[in-house]
Design a protein around this ligand. Structure first.
Ligand SMILES: NC(=O)C1=CN([C@@H]2O[C@H](COP(=O)(O)OP(=O)(O)OC[C@H]3O[C@@H](n4cnc5c(N)ncnc54)[C@H](OP(=O)(O)O)[C@@H]3O)[C@@H](O)[C@H]2O)C=CC1
Ligand SMILES: Nc1nc(=O)c2c([nH]1)NC[C@@H]1CN(c3ccc(C(=O)N[C@@H](CCC(=O)O)C(=O)O)cc3)C=[N+]21
Length: 283
């Protein structure tokens, strides 16, 4: 039996449409559009591509975007000044600092300066902490998107066994927390985990976010499981994930493709967070 493909692109499109309609209403009331500021430090080509996607998505649904392109050798202090200026600018609703930063900069110092009410990436210690306290503020885009994709399958999360591969602050850790909050029994694996496949084979819900190409094979998956592949790799212009899709699709019950799975949801959740931040900041 072949798994049902979770169409992240279509689900994301619906969410974007709903946000677009809400913004149209705001504009009809004579109010200004929401505005996202994206900070890009240096010229990492992959980051430039992602930032391009985000700005295009903003334009297509009526969110304004400003980009701040800063030199790769900028000092931590200078970067801090830019973040603070955006915090103080009432015309800016959301601030996104594209990661990774050049090696000499400490990302958490810059991130934690972002006003939590403008932190549309959900990465500040405040927003991550609120998630652990089960009273989420702005939630990280990829984890929020992953939860939406799991919900779209109709598979019950409460009581399910979930395995998250990866424990990064951007992806793995908040996904594990959100699954835990939703009542799943969660194992969060890392690069030192012994016998990973033994654990993944028990998972009703398997989320893979390791950045290791083709790590998860068909026989690592429990038959009928929900498999969410966050990984993103580009080889000869073709995109693929951390899961060996052709093997996994014959075992899983539901599976996300790469591309067309988690990626479009990340962008849709960013748009949703911009609208949430705008609404909160313009009460
Ligand atoms: N589609 C999208 O919207 C997005 C996709 N991505 C993609 O997701 C992937 C992960 O991103 P990110 O979390 O930022 O990456 P990181 O490199 O920050 O984290 C990878 C995590 O995977 C763990 N890991 C490595 N090998 C294994 C293994 N064999 N078993 C279990 N865990 C393992 C690492 O463990 P340890 O902590 O021990 O090192 C680490 O916690 C990347 O491919 C990235 O490109 C990221 C963001 C958004
Ligand atoms: N502060 C910060 N926040 C992030 O959210 C963030 C980041 N830094 N750094 C890099 C990662 C990566 N990321 C992706 C977003 C969209 C797609 C996406 O749209 N993917 C499409 C394909 C896109 C293409 O064709 O290139 C898809 O999977 O179908 C992928 C990856 C966000 N990230």
């Amino acid at each position: 039996m072949s798994a049902k493909v979770i169409d992240g692109k279509a689900i994301a499109q619906n969410i974007r449409l709903s946000i677009k309609e809400q913004i149209e209403k705001i504009r009809e009331d004579g109010k200004r559009a929401p505005c996202l500021a994206v900070i890009l430090v240096g010229n990492d080509p992959a980051s430039e591509v992602y930032v391009g996607h985000k700005k295009k998505a903003c334009a297509s649904i009526g969110i304004e975007s400003r980009s701040l392109e800063l030199p790769g050798d900028i000092s931590q202090d200078e970067l801090s000044k830019h973040v603070k200026a955006l915090n103080d600018d009432p015309a800016i609703d959301g601030i996104l600092l594209q990661l990774p930063l050049p090696k000499h900069l400490i990302p958490e110092i810059a991130i934690d300066l972002i006003d939590p009410d403008k932190d549309v990436d959900g990465l500040t210690a405040m927003n991550q902490g609120l998630l652990v306290w089960k009273r989420p503020g702005l939630v990280s885009c990829t984890p929020a998107g992953v939860m939406e994709l799991i919900r779209s399958t109709g598979v019950k999360v409460e009581g399910a066994r979930a395995v998250v591969m990866g424990r990064s602050v951007l992806v793995g850790a908040p996904i594990a927390t959100m699954l835990c909050n939703a009542g799943a029994t969660v194992n969060c694996l890392n690069s030192k985990t012994v016998n990973g496949p033994e654990l993944t084979r028990q998972a009703d819900i398997l989320v893979v976010a390791t950045g290791v190409h083709r790590l998860v094979r068909g026989d690592h998956i429990k038959p009928g499981a929900v498999v969410i592949d966050v990984g993103m790799h580009r080889h000869d212009g073709k995109l693929s994930g951390d899961v060996v899709y052709d093997e996994a699709k014959d075992v899983a019950g539901h599976i996300t493709p790469v591309p067309g799975g988690v990626g479009p949801m990340t962008i849709a959740m960013l748009m949703r967070n911009c609208l949430t931040a705008y609404s909160k900041n313009n009460l």
